[in-house]
Design a protein around this ligand. Structure first.
Ligand code: SAH
Length: 498
């Protein structure tokens, strides 16, 4: 049978796609069904057809999957943020573990039995809600001209009015409501993307979960905020319920460009500090208490932590609690004794570098964004860390140059690249440097699999792989891997140019 757009079909969902969509077959024709959960039987409306497969969305759940749960947020289908909120958290973890496993097999070309022997159980969150420490809310009007703030609906710039996101800090809703009431009382207009008119564009809220410090930054299409003192007054007396957190910084960011970029470069502090602080603890994993089904793993604080200074424009990990776990695992994979020279490539603001510096002789970080390196140096300073040095530049340029000209050395190389993975030239230099160990932290398991194959062809053996869920309710997953060098006589030159 030929299917066409708008057909209504009954589908049993027996798989999950990379974006969290359900996959099922109708008369041999594969459908990718948005918002369907594996194990569901649904009535789905076809939205697009191709020769061998098509797309559909759930019209009605006829028989719910045992993995289907009541979503916390009523906007989860419209909003682009949580693709798999209707799936139980335990099943989400299995999905993520499988996704990485499958990529290592299909893309990396590793044997199934080998992958199963090196993969450790995924590290889930204790509480997969309210974990994000940063949110940027667009401001606009609804159909009736009322001021609203919330989130963009998936793939659009239509604002869904929602001040109570299930992933953001719980205090955000009071802050957002106070900003809206300040706007109403003082006739502050919301920015309109189409005309480029109106003042307030976005509200940025950042929270230090460990420190309890909150920053509010209003992004405006102008130079000044009217009745500034009224805003400050509202914010400083704001009742945040039983929360012990406190607003310590209020600022504006000037963005008068017609652009999708949220933040403007110029920031003025209106009240309080220019930054908030937060800290990330170094943990130790208790390996014997691993339980996949619950996604629980026991970590113990070592008493050591690194403090970060976060300004409106700084990069900082959005889920600090899982970051502690991810980077603590990376640190333990690095196996440092205090004698090692370590290179941390794609180091950002130096989160991993500063962790490593606590246990290594010397750390060198490389990062492409100059501001991030300034932050990394400042963070090293406020933590009294003197054995970490940072270089601005592309990893694939800085590393070969230092290696060829200065003959730099590494006992351990850590990489935490963006989604596209490591550049081939960077991988080639890493291989030529022959560190004892490579620790690869990845946010995209497809490029991770590709790069692991290159590294293992170059003489490194994948020893341990562990997923860490930093983004519950979404399809993203982070992975940390340990590779070690085969004995030197086993080193195979694969001829990658470096
Ligand atoms: N570990 C870091 C975050 C890494 S995210 C932290 O916790 O802060 C990946 C980083 O790689 C980003 O900061 C990005 O700016 C940087 N980056 C992207 N391409 C790069 C390249 N070619 N060379 C070096 N850094 C790069």
């Amino acid at each position: 049978m030929e299917f066409k757009k708008n057909d209504l079909v009954k589908v049993e969902i027996d798989d999950i796609g990379h974006d969290g969509e359900g996959i099922g077959k109708v008369e041999g024709y594969t459908l990718f069904v948005k918002d369907a959960v594996i194990g569901d039987c649904v009535l789905a409306r076809i939205t697009k057809t191709k020769k061998n497969y098509g797309y559909a969305r759930v019209e009605k759940v006829e028989m719910p999957s045992p993995f289907r749960v009541e979503p916390k947020c009523s906007f989860h289908r419209q909003c682009g943020g949580c693709q798999i909120q209707a799936m139980s958290y335990e099943r989400q973890l299995v999905f993520k573990q499988d996704k990485v496993r499958n990529n290592l097999i299909r893309i990396g070309g590793f044997e199934e039995s080998f992958v199963d022997s090196v993969m450790e159980p995924i590290v889930g969150m204790d509480e997969p809600w309210h974990y994000r420490n940063k949110a940027q809310y667009p401001v606009g009007y609804d159909k009736n001209g009322n001021l609203i703030t919330g989130f963009y609906a998936g793939r659009t710039h239509d604002i869904i009015a929602n001040t109570d996101c299930a992933l953001g800090a719980p205090e955000n809703k009071w802050i957002l409501e106070a900003v809206l009431s300040y706007m109403q009382e003082n006739n502050v207009t919301a920015y309109d993307e189409k005309s480029g008119k109106g003042l307030l564009r976005h509200i940025l809220i950042r929270t230090g979960f460990a420190s309890g410090e909150i920053m509010v930054c209003l992004v405006i299409n102008g130079k000044k905020l009217p009745a500034e003192s009224k805003l400050i007054e509202k914010m400083t007396v704001l009742d945040l319920g039983d929360s012990e957190k406190k607003i310590v910084s209020i600022s504006i960011s000037i963005n008068t460009e017609k652009t999708n970029v949220i933040m403007g470069k110029e920031i003025h502090t209106l009240w309080g500090r220019d930054y908030i602080e937060d800290s990330i603890r170094i943990l130790e994993a208790r390996e014997e208490t691993i339980e996949l089904a619950a996604g629980v793993i026991d970590f113990e604080a070592t008493g050591d932590a690194v403090t970060f200074r976060i300004s409106p424009l700084s990069f900082y990990q959005v889920n600090p609690k899982q970051t502690e776990r991810l980077y603590s695992l990376a640190l333990s994979y690095a196996g440092l004794t205090g004698e090692e020279t370590v290179w941390d490539l794609y180091c950002g603001i130096g989160t991993i570098s500063l962790f490593l510096a606590k246990k290594a002789k010397q750390v060198y970080g490389v990062e492409i964004i100059p501001q991030a390196i300034e932050d990394a140096r400042e963070n090293a300073r406020i933590n009294g860390i003197t054995n970490a040095a940072f270089f601005v530049g592309k990893a694939e340029e800085v590393l070969p140059e230092k290696y060829e000209k200065e003959g730099i050395y590494a006992d351990v190389i850590v990489v935490d690249p963006p989604r596209k993975g490591c550049d081939e030239k960077c991988l080639g230099t890493m291989l030529a440097m022959q560190p004892k160990r490579i620790v690869y932290v990845s946010c995209d398991s497809a490029t991770l699999a590709r790069d692991l194959q290159i590294l293992s062809d170059g003489g490194y053996e994948v020893k341990r792989v562990r997923c860490v869920d930093q983004f519950g309710q979404s399809v993203h997953v982070e992975t940390v891997c340990l590779l070690s060098k085969h004995r030197p006589d086993e080193y195979i030159d694969v001829g990658v140019v470096c």
